[in-house]
Write a protein that binds this ligand. Structure first.
Ligand code: GUN
Length: 292
């Protein structure tokens, strides 16, 4: 019998703790943390995700505002807003929902965000800090996955982990985080030779390929832990992942469901990053105060 890594419940517990922290701050006379979200275009999935993020912010007492732009907006307009939000001391976190329309350079926009407000951990500064193993704001999905594994006491030290996918958002930072926790990491991607047999060696499999049901039972060894980052809508409206859950779960020790696995953990990490950005800024503000 496989165990379910319940991201929905774990994230709910984390939100409850974060809500208490926010309330303590408010009780001490501080303002609410503030997250600015930038959404460009009409991608329905992005709209849905941003809606989930806004709701989660409200639940824990983080104020948020979503700045919406039509698909055809030019890059300079987005950059102008990012620079304005960087300068605004009442803004703690800035998140640009991805993907951006093809005519906008994602690297230029993300790089324009101040590293201390980069709650997605995607700026070159924060990705570089993570690469060096230094404290920084770290990407939400990898952090959420590690937190979920920690909550279920799943050991990483000395384990062989296979990460499928190498995006800046998930695969690459996840490999680094796993390595910082002393796992040995195989990063499987489009050009890997024999991905299936590489994956079958792993104690922990994390699928972030963006390909529906890529991972079937022949990819996973008996007793493995499997984490599914994928999210795909089927023709009958259901959600499914990169892992064929019904087949793979017969072999696993632990597995995440879709939905209710990684998704809620990503949002919980975003909230946690917002509080970290808020805290760091509050400290900075105090040390910079002319009254000191
Ligand atoms: N699009 C899909 N996932 C994410 C995420 O975690 N952050 C941002 N900014 N965009 C996304």
């Amino acid at each position: 019998m496989t165990g379910i890594l319940d991201g929905k419940k774990t994230a709910r517990d984390i939100r409850a703790q974060l809500r208490e922290r926010v309330h303590r701050c408010l009780g001490a006379g501080k303002r609410s943390p503030f997250l600015a979200v930038i959404l460009v275009g009409n991608d329905p999935a992005s709209r849905l995700y941003v809606g989930h993020k806004e709701k989660a912010c409200r639940e824990v007492g983080i104020a948020s505002e979503t700045y919406e732009f039509p698909e055809k907006t030019d890059e300079e307009q987005i950059l102008k807003l990012v620079r304005k939000l960087n300068q605004d001391d009442t803004v703690d976190g800035i998140l640009v929902q991805l993907p951006l329309p093809a005519h906008i350079c994602r690297t230029r926009v993300i790089s324009a965000i101040e590293a201390c407000k980069d709650v997605d951990g995607l700026t070159p500064v924060n990705q570089g800090m993570l690469a060096m193993g230094l404290p920084s704001l770290r990407p939400c999905t990898p952090v959420g996955i590690l937190e979920l594994l920690r909550k279920y006491s799943i050991r990483l030290d000395g384990q062989l982990a296979a990460v499928i996918g190498r995006s800046h958002l998930v695969g690459s930072p996840l490999c680094r985080l796993l390595s910082l926790h002393n796992a040995t990491v195989i990063n499987i991607h489009r050009r890997s030779p024999s991905p299936e047999s590489l994956c079958r060696q792993a104690d922990i499999v994390i699928a972030a390929a963006g390909q529906r049901h890529l991972v079937t039972e022949s990819w996973v060894r008996e007793g493995a832990v499997v984490v599914d980052v994928g999210i795909h809508r089927t023709s009958d409206g259901h959600l499914t992942g990169d892992v064929d859950f019904s087949l793979v779960s017969k072999k696993t020790a632990w597995i995440t469901p879709v939905p209710g696995g990684v998704g809620p953990m990503t949002i919980a990490s975003l909230l946690s990053n917002c509080l970290m950005a808020f805290g760091e800024r509050a400290e900075k503000d105090e040390t910079q105060s002319p009254l000191k």
